[in-house]
Design a protein around this ligand. Structure first.
Ligand code: SF4
Length: 156
């Protein structure tokens, strides 16, 4: 069993009420090989919600208390992002799941790049808050591109 970002299978959980449907991942759900999570919803945030970015670092820095997650209007949602990450880890542990596919670039789910905290559309190297916690707990984290590239060799 693998776990997949809910927005990748068509669930309208993104901040703007949209999704990022990818039929490859929808098929895994339809075949009962995967379940979905949305860390930001698990953290208690609503749809729609203000966009948020990690300011002064990435997900690891959030767990080190040297960076925060801030919305466009300046609301601090760091605790909600951390709560969502902890609940995602809990789901993984309950399922005994080792593999997760998380949407790229998100302040929760990004695994190689995230938006740079200036709301300018620019990205920086780094991981999201959920990705950092999962990696610190030795979960195998892929994004929607990297998982496809290696999925033929994986048992899911
Ligand atoms: Fe939820 Fe992650 Fe998709 Fe954002 S990227 S909507 S947190 S699953």
């Amino acid at each position: 069993m693998i776990v997949i970002s809910a927005c990748l299978v068509g669930e309208r959980v993104r901040y703007d009420g949209n999704h990022k449907l990818d039929l490859f991942y929808k098929r895994l759900i339809d075949d009962d090989q995967a379940i979905t999570v949305c860390p930001e919803i698990l953290g208690g945030l609503q749809v729609p919600r203000e966009p948020a970015e990690i300011v002064d670092g990435d997900g690891y820095d959030v767990w080190n208390d040297t960076a925060e997650v801030i919305t466009t209007s300046g609301q601090n949602v760091t605790e909600q992002f951390k709560q969502g990450a902890k609940r995602t880890l809990s789901v993984m542990k309950d399922l005994n799941a080792q593999t997760v596919v998380l949407k790229s670039d998100s302040p929760s789910c990004g695994s190689s790049a995230i938006y740079d905290g200036t709301f300018s559309g620019n990205k920086k190297e780094g991981v999201g808050v959920t990705t950092a916690l999962l990696k610190m707990n030795h979960i195998d984290v892929y994004d929607e591109h990297t998982f496809k590239a290696i999925s033929d060799n994986l048992e899911v």
